[in-house]
Write a new protein. Structure first.
Length: 620
């Protein structure tokens, strides 16, 4: 017995041993499951994420009930600091709250100069976080780590992701200034306040959804991510526990081992590789690397398999990760991570996952010696999503050669592929001056590179920034044509109303799809994020939409797609609906009655082209 109100002492002991470089007696499991706990207890989101007693006891009660080893507290880790800087929050009954950065906190240097550093003991929900962590220690004896929003991710929250990427290209000085401010005035004081407020505290863990591949390139990782994480550690007394462990993109690194070297430099206590990357790269390759370093290791089991997998699939994944993770001379410094039990995860699946862990520990190992992960493993769906962010495997698209074009159009094409907006603009003017028809400039020069860019993204050769930069260069060229197009009332290929569904604040994928559609000549009416059915229907009617496109990134918000499609049908609105987003599948699309499904941006464009053509031929 621990002498504390909640007894997690056995698991905590193992975790602490691993964090201090020692061997554990058994493989402990950590997780992220606040949303599941909230749903399981039937507590409203506003109450759960603003009352320390409700939040901490709610998490502990449910985690104790399901037999988890180590207390887990994950709040809306990406919004607390941005909220304290004046960002707007969106609150939901059954979901994590989230920052709504539709109106960004910072647009330029003036906005940055006006920003006030928050007081961690007073501002917004920073004191709530500190109090939750203090209470967790009081109730369990575990000085739970603080999760902070990593510098790049916080910059993306206060500026918006696309604007940040653009600024990295066009005004890197400003980005460095912003990152300095965020590290020195926001994050370091917040983390240092935590070290004072929670006496046994040792760990501050960065959450960084967009600070890694393929959201930024490897060069950007080196320039904008790593130095600021190092600086933050320095400002927090050089503690090894000030780290940032949840980078993605291992499967897209030129050289995964080099990428892991960087990961270890920002998270010296251990290497964490999580799904879908872990499954794609393969557990054995990661294990071999960790052996050469003698470092502690953690594998993360993906959200989707935990929510939707069969008992056999869940057990296979858990057992492979535990077996390979705990192999070899450093295998006792291994812990397992369940990436997330969402509100939609059936309680039975949580039991199956925890039971799989216990069976493995007890020696009941029906899949012993079997490896399912790795590049030659199973279809991408099994990797925790249908591709990863709509990106496939590298080899697929290599060697494609485009059609022959006139020199001027080829030059326009090349300028977009080289992200050179100024050159693109000059070339489009030259083409106009030499009498090339506007439609030809579009069809031969400006639109084709967007198809190529989409293909390169789908095959993993381009990352998100390259796609954004190409779209921007193309738009610069398009601006030259816009007055002529408007004057001639040139019709777009079709009108698409795009939205991320209610409850969901993810928009990077939707925006890429929107850009590709614009690049293909469609007019896109973008309703942004967190959008209700009524708004979508009203807009589709107003703009006479040819297609409605819905995006969702959370398994918890996917059900809104069904509701929206039902309402569209009830309204008698005859507009085809297409759906997409990481957790959405073709089967789900069929099931909710969508007219189409796009695995990635190029597929969404093809789909809209087909649906518009079908609509036209039906009307003829
Ligand atoms: Co979030 N997040 N996140 N997050 N985030 C996920 C989705 C998650 C899987 C990570 C994890 O825990 N393993 C998990 C969801 C678990 C679940 O499903 N229940 C998660 C969570 C839990 C959360 C929060 C709740 C975290 C918290 O607060 N504790 C919170 C939720 C807020 C909310 O929405 N209510 C949150 C917040 C954030 C950030 C703000 C930090 C950031 C979003 C920034 C932004 O969008 N402006 C973020 C990010 C970046 C991610 C990950 C890392 C990446 C998502 C992404 O942008 N992918 C994600 C992990 C993952 O996916 N593995 C994760 C890149 C993008 C290009 O891909 O959107 O799939 P994607 O788009 C592709 C295709 O899917 C397709 O084309 C695109 C390009 O090819 N496509 C379409 C997309 N839309 C389409 C529409 C179409 C057709 C095709 O037709 C209309």
């Amino acid at each position: 017995m621990s002498g504390y109100e909640y007894d997690f002492s056995k698991g905590i002991k193992q975790y602490k041993a691993i964090m201090s470089g020692q061997d554990a007696e058994f493989i402990p499991v950590t997780t992220q499951m606040a949303e599941f706990c909230m749903k399981h207890l039937g507590i409203n989101g506003k109450k759960f994420f603003s009352d320390p007693e409700v939040f901490v006891r709610g998490n502990l009660d449910v985690q104790q009930e399901f037999g988890l080893d180590i207390p887990d507290m994950v709040w809306d880790v990406y919004s607390v600091e941005a909220e304290a800087l004046g960002g707007q929050m969106a609150w939901f009954d059954e979901l994590y709250p989230a920052l709504d950065n539709t109106v960004p906190v910072i647009r330029n240097e003036k906005d940055l100069a006006r920003l006030k550093a928050p007081d961690p003991l007073k501002t917004a929900r920073m004191p709530w976080v500190l109090e939750c962590l203090r209470l967790c220690e009081e109730l369990t004896g575990f000085p739970h780590h603080i999760h902070y929003c990593a510098p790049i991710n916080l910059a993306a929250q206060v500026m918006q992701f696309e604007k940040l990427i653009q600024a990295m290209q066009e005004n890197p000085k400003f980005v460095h200034k912003l990152l300095d401010f965020l590290v020195e005035e926001v994050l370091a004081p917040y983390i240092n306040a935590y070290f004072k407020y929670v006496p046994g505290a040792e760990i501050a863990n960065g959450k960084d959804a967009v600070g890694s591949l393929p959201f930024i390139t490897e060069d950007m990782v080196h320039e904008f991510s790593v130095p600021y994480l190092h600086k933050l550690r320095k400002l927090c007394g050089d503690r090894p526990g000030v780290r940032c462990d949840n980078w993605w993109g291992d499967a897209f690194a030129e050289n995964a081992e080099k990428y892991w070297d960087i990961k270890l430099s920002v998270t010296p206590q251990y290497l964490k590789v999580q799904d879908p990357d872990c499954f794609r790269v393969g557990t054995e390759r990661v294990r071999a690397y960790a052996d050469t370093k003698g470092c502690a290791l953690s594998f993360g089991v993906g959200t989707l398999i935990l929510q939707k997998g069969t008992p056999e699939q869940i057990t296979q994944r858990v057992h492979e990760y535990m077996e390979v993770g705990s192999r070899g001379p450093h295998g006792k410094k291994f812990f397992l991570y369940f990436c997330s039990f969402s509100a939609q995860t059936p309680a039975e699946n949580v039991r199956i996952a925890v039971d799989a862990v216990k069976r493995f520990r007890a020696g009941d190992r029906p899949y012993a010696g079997q490896i399912f992960s790795g590049p030659d493993g199973v279809a991408p769906e099994a990797a925790g999503g249908k591709g990863f962010m709509g990106i496939g495997v590298k080899a697929l698209g290599e060697g494609q050669k485009g059609p022959e074009r006139k020199e001027i159009f080829q030059n326009i094409f090349d300028s977009v592929m080289e992200f050179d907006g100024a050159r693109c603009e000059t070339l489009v003017r030259q083409a106009l001056d030499s009498g090339e028809p506007v439609q030809e400039i579009l069809d031969q020069g400006l639109i084709p590179p967007m198809g190529k860019v989409g293909d390169l993204f789908a095959t993993g050769e381009f990352f998100v920034p390259e796609m954004l930069m190409a779209a921007r260069a193309m738009k610069t060229g398009l601006e030259v044509l816009r007055p002529i197009l408007t004057q001639r009332k040139t019709k777009p290929k079709g009108v698409v109303v795009m939205a991320t569904v209610f409850g969901d604040l993810h928009d990077i994928g939707k925006n890429l799809v929107g850009m590709m559609l614009e690049g293909a000549g469609f007019k896109v009416v973008d309703l942004g994020v967190n959008t209700k059915a009524e708004k979508i229907i009203e807009t589709a009617k107003q703009v006479n939409a040819d297609v409605i496109g819905l995006s969702a990134l959370l398994t918890t918000t996917m059900p809104f797609m069904r509701i929206i499609i039902q309402k569209i049908k009830e309204e008698g609105l005859n507009v085809p609906v297409i759906v997409g987003g990481a957790p959405v599948t073709r089967d789900f699309a069929n099931d909710v009655g969508a007219n189409g499904y796009g695995d990635n941006a190029p597929e969404a464009v093809e789909l809209c082209q087909r649906l518009v053509a079908e609509g036209k031929s039906a009307a003829a």
